[in-house]
Design a protein around this ligand. Structure first.
Ligand SMILES: [Zn+2]
Ligand SMILES: [Zn+2]
Length: 361
């Protein structure tokens, strides 16, 4: 019975989270995104709409268009999000690395190398708490950037990240269209970085250091969520004002990341800060609003048309990479005259390049 209760608690958690502050799908962040969308729709709309008086009905219609929220791709997002959450709780969640596990490992390692934690360490002051909060933020954002960059750059991993990019319309639920392998890799990279910062500070102060919190969330993350986080997956174009957009990633930068136009491929991997993309030379800062078509491009989107395909196709496609690699290896070791046939490829393009060409983000 206890197990049943625990399962019910876990499965109902997303509904419960909507009622909270600070978490990603809090009602507050969904509402703030809707309000921002309603305020900007006139600046995005055709001139004839912009000349009419502002109307709530029109603004609501522009913010929640049926052709986006009831598009087959969006309906698939909703089904996939539910199935994936249940599978995460029941199965693959156990494979996701936790921050606490890493922090405990780091504390253990430091204890081994430097001896036991000081019995009475000085309490961290405000400056040290702020530094801790900043390092946690950089670990989180840098970790998400690096994991995302890896998913695009390593051809086998791209097969799994394609699930996210196969969405043909974007709604806030599209952020949950992530293959379990994508989620596991994200959790490993971010937990190693955040867990290390936590472990080092815990060891130095013989206990947990308080971060600058706002309603249970890192204060900076809270502010980022509040100012249109959910518009990163939407049909609404929002760029932050000049002076901010150069440092903090505007929602429209992630719309560009989802574009199927080759000039937008492998651009704007960042979540909160823009400088990661600047460093990696992957920043695409639009000068003006651009008309975008979302998806992987070619005929690939259509293949990711069911919950089953979202899970299984990446494994089948990834297996092709391994088969191709082993065929190439055989070709290298085979004696002259017995070179195996290479896998079928476009005549003038190596397989990996062909994959890179097919990438949409
Ligand atoms: Zn996305
Ligand atoms: Zn991506």
């Amino acid at each position: 019975m206890e197990l049943f209760d625990a399962l019910i608690t876990e499965v109902s958690r997303p509904v419960y989270e909507v009622t909270m502050f600070g978490v990603r799908f809090s009602w507050l962040f969904l509402l703030s995104a809707a309000i921002i969308a309603m305020l900007v729709y006139r600046s995005n709309a055709a001139a004839e709409i912009a000349q009419k008086p502002w109307s709530l009905k029109e603004a609501l219609k522009a913010t929640f268009p049926r052709k986006v929220f009831l598009h087959p791709s969006a309906l698939l997002d909703y089904r996939y999000a539910i199935v994936n959450y249940v599978l995460q709780v029941a199965a693959f969640g156990a494979l996701m690395l936790g921050v606490t596990q890493v922090a405990q490992g780091v504390i253990g390692l430091l204890t081994l190398l430097l001896g036991p934690m000081p019995a009475e360490a000085a309490a961290p002051g405000l400056a040290m708490s702020a530094l801790f909060g900043l390092l946690i933020l950089l670990a989180l954002d840098g970790g998400l950037f690096f994991a995302h960059w890896l998913m695009h750059m390593v051809p086998v991993l791209w097969e799994f990240h394609k699930v996210h990019h196969s969405a043909e319309v974007l709604t806030p639920v599209t952020v949950l269209r992530m293959h379990p392998i994508d989620m596991i890799i994200n959790s490993i990279v971010t937990s190693v970085l955040i867990g290390t910062v936590n472990g080092v500070f815990f060891y130095a102060y013989s206990g947990p250091v308080a971060e600058l919190w706002l309603f249970g969330s890192n204060a900076a993350v809270f502010v980022f969520f509040f100012f249109g986080y959910h518009l990163r997956h939407s049909h609404v174009w929002v760029m932050f004002p000049k002076g901010i957009r150069e440092f903090i990633s505007s929602p429209a930068l992630h719309l560009i990341h989802h574009s199927s136009d080759p000039k937008h491929f492998d651009r704007n991997f960042g979540r909160i800060f823009v400088f990661w993309d600047r460093l990696a030379k992957s920043l695409y800062m639009p000068r003006e609003r651009e008309e975008l078509v979302f998806g992987i491009g070619g005929d690939e989107d259509g293949r990711f048309d069911s919950v089953y395909n979202l899970y299984v196709l990446p494994f089948l496609h990834a297996a092709r990479h391994f088969r191709r690699a082993s065929t190439d290896a055989d070709a290298v070791v085979a004696p002259a005259g017995q070179v195996p046939e290479p896998a079928a490829q476009p005549a003038d393009m190596p397989a990996d390049l062909a994959d890179a060409e097919a990438k949409s983000a």
